[in-house]
Design a protein around this ligand. Structure first.
Ligand code: EPZ
Length: 428
């Protein structure tokens, strides 16, 4: 097993290069199944969720070839419908996109029920609503989702009961080659929805309105391959912005789209963080005390739920009482128990975490209970003097490329150690 050992208290100073966006890479890699051709995807983050997705595609028969560290060639011509391995599919939520891609290409699908961070139920009822509106019959049985449209998929109008990123992506994937036009109402606006639509349009799809409430998809006969570069990861960028703020550091965070960071920058500035925006970078520094703040997570362009735990860690350091209201994910506060091990004063009342910040935190042995929770523990550990050990860091490796290397390059005292139940075996 591996864990991170962090000796905190050092202000982070220097430059961090942001990688491609995990939550754009996953749908776009899976969407390559629709082309029945060869695609080259660039600016791919080297993270375990991407490796897992490429393994699933390979097991389905795709020819996958890494051209460079961040460029991959995928030939989906040999792919076999319904052949994704359940044991891999169950490891991440992104596997849900296999449903939409298989339906879109073959008008049928069979995929094991998706897994991912443990936030509670994480229903896919809206995905199913879209598939049924397109003419598919869907069953969920024995941990498997099966759907088929014997007469093919037809254009439709689907209104989502709630804003859903995955549901919006899957509705696009399933409808790009349906007969007729599909209108998706109450669609999610996230940048990775737009990126996925742009990828599909580069392959010959006819999607308009991505990034707004209403997406229109005109069905086409076929999609062809293309070369496409993933957008930068706004959540990775936001995480390093929080790390700069937490350590009273000064970071240049490059390869970003500042527009995607607007809600994060605005909230950090409310806390007294100084942010300067440039074309493709932001400069983040903090000299004075962190101010307490109130925060509510919302679908884009609201404050992203994937930055919620990281902000929670920051609220522990801000003098006064801060309120953090989570409105998107059912249960995303488990990390507060880990922060309490470091001395944080925080309690959860319903969907709101209340932080009585300012008390000195101390290093401790903590767990990464999920991906962004792990990032929150890294931020807290970097901010406090003393040693913090973070275990279960496989969660963090799902979504952060070379976290240790990027942090060390800006002055963090952080090590990755391998250990068995009793002793440290090696240091990476
Ligand atoms: C995506 O999950 C992201 N994952 C999540 O990021 C992110 O937190 C989430 O969008 C919200 O932005 C990937 O992109 C792989 P949803 P997804 O469909 O698609 C309910 C990370 O840290 N819901 O918007 O599951 C359900 O409660 C991960 O990178 C239904 O009830 O998000 C769900 O939790 C964590 N029925 C919530 O909405 C549905 O049919 C948000 O779902 C769909 C969703």
């Amino acid at each position: 097993m591996e864990k991170l050992i962090i000796n905190g208290g050092t202000p982070l100073r220097g430059k961090v290069q942001i990688s491609g966006m995990k939550n754009a890479a996953l749908p776009i890699l899976v969407a390559s199944l629709l082309t029945d051709d060869v695609c080259v995807i660039e600016n791919l983050p080297s993270i375990s969720d991407v490796s897992l997705t490429l393994s699933i595609l390979e097991k389905m028969g795709c020819r996958v070839r890494m051209l460079t560290r961040d460029r991959v060639e995928i030939d989906s011509r040999p792919a076999v419908c319904g052949s994704s391995p359940v044991e891999l599919v169950s490891k991440m939520r992104g596997s849900t996109y296999l449903l939409g891609a298989e339906l879109g290409r073959w008008s049928k699908t069979k995929v094991g029920y998706p897994g991912g961070c443990d936030f509670g139920v994480r229903s896919i009822d809206q995905h199913i609503k879209a598939f049924e509106a397109l003419g598919a019959e869907v069953t969920v049985d024995k941990g498997c989702v099966t759907a088929a449209a014997p007469r093919g998929l037809h254009g439709t109008s689907v209104y989502f009961d709630l804003v859903t990123v995955g549901g919006t992506v899957n509705a696009m994937l399933a409808s790009v080659m349906a007969k007729g036009t599909t209108v998706i109402e109450n669609a999610a606006h996230e940048p990775h929805i737009v990126d996925t639509a742009n990828f599909l349009n580069t392959c010959g799809a006819r999607i308009t309105g991505a990034g707004t409430d209403t997406i229109k998809v005109r069905g086409v006969e076929k999609l062809h391959g293309c070369t496409y570069a993933i957008i930068p990861d706004m959540i990775e960028a936001g995480t390093y912005m929080c790390a700069a703020a937490a350590t009273s550091g000064a970071l240049v965070i490059s390869n970003v789209i500042p527009k995607h960071l607007e809600s994060i920058s605005a909230k950090l500035e409310e806390m007294g963080v100084l942010i300067e925006e440039y074309d493709d970078s932001v400069y983040v520094t903090r000299s004075g005390p962190l101010e307490r703040v109130n925060l509510k997570t919302l679908p884009y362009p609201g404050f992203p739920t994937d930055m919620q735990p990281q902000m929670g860690a920051l609220m522990c350091l801000a003098e006064g009482t801060s309120y953090l209201n989570e409105t998107v994910i059912e249960n995303r506060f488990k990390y507060t128990n880990e922060l309490q091990k470091m001395g944080a004063s925080v309690r959860v009342v319903g969907h709101t975490a209340i932080f009585d910040g300012g008390a000195p935190l101390s290093g401790a042995k903590v767990r990464a209970v999920d991906l962004r929770a792990g990032a929150a523990m890294v931020i807290a550990a970097l901010a406090v003097r003393g040693i913090t050990e973070i275990s279960e860091i496989d969660h963090i490796e799902r979504g952060y490329e070379d976290l240790v290397g990027k942090l060390r390059a800006v002055g963090a005292d952080i090590r990755l150690v391998v250990y068995n139940d009793t002793a440290m075996l090696d240091e990476a």
